[in-house]
Design a protein. Sequence first.
Length: 62
Amino acid sequence: MALTSAIVSQLAGGPLAGAFLGKFIDEQLATQPLFLIIGILLGVGAGTYGTIRLVRQYTGEQ
């Protein structure tokens, strides 16, 4: 149960954090969708990477 919860938080939290940060930067620089899209893509990548590391650590693979 804990592993499932950690995976969901990794996969949902990364894009959400990227979206909020990207939206904030867009508002500051007046570049509306640019940094929002970049933030979401970076968040998806970071969430996927974190999930892969977490599962490898749980299964004992290197």
